[in-house]
Design a protein around this ligand. Structure first.
Ligand code: PXP
Length: 237
């Protein structure tokens, strides 16, 4: 089974644009679960333009499926997640002003740093996933950091899907197989949508979870969250 974790950062962005509490992020998280989401993901960034660090504790209190917090392990990020203790932390090598994540970790260059951070999170009982490009050397080195999972950065697949889906997915299949062999769980995310999700689900082995934000929230403008979450779930059947 591949779980659908709904990334609600874009809901927070909409809320922040007016300074009030509409839409109410906490209510949206509860409703996403009510409509079938099997996890809730947020990605606090240093400028807090999407979800804020202060949103994390109230979200943890209501999320009854799986709460996944993504981000760069700055001191502020680490202090917050160690206090809130989400079920999973996905470490991402983002620069502070980055619009969205656009590459995975260099797990060879950053091996010592990652091993230390992964250890700290795991000692707090948090599952740790590393955002990774589908490169076999990066996956081998990811396993050595003692992370529990990798999240495959699927932008490359999504960008090339319409041209040649088989070719676009090929490196991800090798990556997922190697990760599985090395004892790592496999998540996937970025630019997944109603068009490219079913092919990924049918052909990419061992995927524990996909996290989807931008496309799903955009689709909700037309279909409504209540309809759109089951539409994504059907692609994962
Ligand atoms: N995974 C990671 C690490 C991300 O940073 C993001 C975007 O915040 C996603 C998944 C979700 O990507 P998208 O919004 O394109 O679905």
């Amino acid at each position: 089974m591949t779980r659908l974790s709904v990334n609600i950062n874009k809901v927070a962005l909409l809320r922040n644009s007016r300074g009030g509490n509409n839409p109410d992020l906490i209510q949206v998280a509860k409703d996403c679960e009510r409509f079938g989401a099997q996890g809730i993901t947020v990605h606090p960034r240093p400028d807090e333009r999407h979800v804020r660090y202060s949103d994390l504790a109230p979200l943890k209190a209501v999320v009854s499926t799986e709460f996944n917090v993504e981000g760069y392990p700055s001191q502020k990020f680490m202090d917050t997640v160690l206090e809130v203790k989400p079920h999973q932390v996905t470490l991402v090598p983002d620069k502070p002003q980055q619009l969205t994540s656009d590459h995975g970790w260099d797990t060879l260059d950053e091996a010592d740093f990652l091993r230390e951070i992964v250890g700290e999170l795991k000692r707090a009982g948090i599952r740790v996933s590393l955002f990774i490009d589908p490169a076999l050397s990066m996956i081998e080195a990811a396993a050595k950091t003692d992370a529990d999972r990798i999240e495959l950065y699927t932008e490359g697949y999504a960008a090339n899907y319409t041209q040649n889906a088989e070719k676009a997915l090929a490196p991800y299949i090798k990556a997922a197989e190697l990760a599985h062999e090395l004892g790592l769980g496999v998540n996937a995310g970025h630019d997944l949508n109603l068009e490219n999700l079913a092919y990924l689900k049918q052909h990419l082995p061992h995927v524990d979870e996909v996290s989807i934000g931008h496309a799903l929230i955009s689709d909700a403008l037309y279909f409504g969250l209540e309809n759109v979450i089951p539409m994504y779930l059907r692609k994962l059947e």
